[in-house]
Design a protein around this ligand. Structure first.
Ligand SMILES: Nc1nc2c(ncn2[C@@H]2O[C@H](COP(=O)(O)OP(=O)(O)O)[C@@H](O)[C@H]2O)c(=O)[nH]1
Ligand SMILES: [Mg+2]
Length: 192
């Protein structure tokens, strides 16, 4: 189990990443998908700010976990009130990180369980595929989906993504804690 998690670097400029460890996992997704809540829930402490002002985080945040590796909080995408200039900056920073960060092992891509994957999510999947970065899908806010509808929703999402590949899905809720244990175990497995 993890003991200590600590924000060690907030990066706004390409290349200014902390020296790598053997392990590195990044979290990506639309702004408001529940990324900060998930990070907080995974570690049982408030490490990430839950924003009432979505789209504000434009940085890549590196969290040191027990001096074994990093969990990386990537800036959210798909926020409407963002200038072209800022979107370009976001894309350049992220591309640099994806292309040059050799220690990156896995991306957890967060998608809202309630909705079909959006255009921006599909673009992100396409991007990760092209760059050859392995990723798994985390379906957030599962507490908002009626139990009777979950399989149906999951199958719709799976079928939409099946044209890109077969992926592993983790339905989770940061509110109820559902699925958090499974996701944690996967992180522990990856942090070898
Ligand atoms: N019902 C429910 N709401 C959630 C869950 N996770 C996050 N939220 C809410 O979704 C909003 C965005 O969450 P946040 O973690 O800041 O998203 P981020 O922008 O992806 O970091 C907040 O109002 C959260 O309280 C969840 O598992 N269930
Ligand atoms: Mg956030």
């Amino acid at each position: 189990m993890f003991k200590k998690i600590e924000l060690v670097k907030t990066v706004y400029t390409k290349g200014e990443y902390p020296p790598p460890f053997d392990n590195e996992i990044a979290f990506a997704g639309r702004s408001n998908v529940g990324k900060s809540s998930l990070l907080n829930k995974l570690f049982g402490i408030k490490i990430a700010k839950i924003s009432s002002n979505p789209g504000k985080t434009r940085s890549i945040n590196f969290y040191n976990v027990d001096n074994k590796g990093y969990l990386v909080d990537l800036p959210g995408y798909g926020f409407a009130n963002v200038s072209k200039e800022e979107k370009k900056k976001w894309a350049q920073l992220l591309e640099d990180y994806f292309v040059n960060r050799y220690s990156l092992q896995m991306v957890f891509l967060l998608i809202d369980h309630r909705h079909e994957p959006q255009k921006k999510d599909l673009e992100m999947i396409q991007w990760l595929k092209e760059l050859g970065i392995p990723f798994m899908i985390v379906l957030t806010k599962v507490d908002k989906v009626k139990k009777s509808e979950r399989i149906k929703k999951l199958n719709i999402i799976k079928s939409t993504l099946s044209k890109y590949g077969d992926y592993i899905y983790f339905p989770v809720s940061s509110n109820t804690g559902e699925g958090i244990g499974d996701l944690k175990n996967e992180i522990i497995r990856l942090f070898r």
